[in-house]
Design a binder for this molecule. Structure first.
Ligand code: DGL
Length: 261
């Protein structure tokens, strides 16, 4: 593994840009290669076997064509379905996954009630069940599978994003700081931070929205530092790739990362 090589980052589509944003802030000297598997999106309602196959194919492509030194799985659904298989297939490659931020949410909540929005695939996974099982004793988590929401964000469909956010938030129950209400909302899909403004308007100002971009960036930095793989340059580059149309990804990167792609 070579410190000058890029870090690979992938998601089903534009969502992982929310993680990429944190990676660029924490590791400005790194070259990053971002792959949106948008020819096969969304992952969240496709089932584990499909998502695991796609994740393995994408990791292989990033290694073979770009010689990556580390891989960030910037997708909760892919992490839940495939992180173990990815580790088995790529022993020695530093790998970082994302999972819904239940632990930080449990540490933050004052009311003891936390909402969790994620894809159907993430919430149905054994990995999520194990995480939930360790924390559900002290905190009440209201789990909401948000079918269609990642897709609406992916297609930059503002009307649908607003309608689905309002629908799912209402289905979860009361939000706010008073006893019995959810004062914390976990954004358990990397697409959802791009709907944070809409969600904030629906849940109100007293609710903390929690995502995983920064912790994942810190974990990536730690892993690379431990292995002597941090790049020594001051300014890294960004390569955007997509298995489907590239234009949507470039537009999202321009909008959300202030990158001229
Ligand atoms: N962004 C992905 C996640 O974090 C999944 C979105 C999708 O393709 O359904 O779960």
């Amino acid at each position: 593994m070579n410190a000058d090589a890029p870090i690979g980052v992938f998601d089903s589509g534009v969502g992982g840009l929310s993680v990429l944003r944190a990676l660029r802030a924490a590791l400005p000297g790194e070259n990053l290669v971002y792959l949106a598997d948008n020819a096969h999106a969304p992952y969240g309602e496709r089932g584990d076997a499909f998502v695991a196959d796609r994740s393995l194919a994408v990791a292989r492509q990033l290694r073979d064509s770009h010689g990556i030194k580390a891989l960030v799985v910037a997708c909760n659904t892919a992490t839940a379905a495939a992180i173990t298989q990815l580790r088995d297939a790529h022993p020695g490659l530093p790998l970082v996954g994302v999972e819904p931020a239940l632990k930080p949410a449990a540490a933050h909540t004052r009311t003891g009630h936390v909402g969790v929005m994620a894809t159907r695939g993430t919430l149905a996974s054994q990995k999520f069940a194990a995480l939930h099982g360790t924390l559900a004793g002290q905190t009440r988590f209201v789990l909401q599978a948000c079918d269609g929401l990642a897709e609406a964000i992916e297609h930059d469909d503002a009307a649908k994003t607003e309608a689905l956010c309002a629908h799912y938030v209402q289905a979860m129950g009361p939000f706010g700081g008073r006893p019995g209400a959810m004062d914390t909302l976990v954004l358990g899909c990397t697409h959802y931070p791009f709907a944070a403004g809409v969600l904030r308007a629906v849940v109100g100002p007293d609710v903390r929205l929690v995502d995983t971009g920064e912790p994942v960036a810190r974990q990536t930095q730690r892993l690379l530092a431990t292995r002597g793989l941090l790049a020594q340059r001051t300014q890294g580059g960004l390569t955007l790739l997509a298995t489907g149309p590239l234009m949507a990804l470039q537009a999202a990167a321009t909008r959300w990362l202030a990158v001229q792609a």
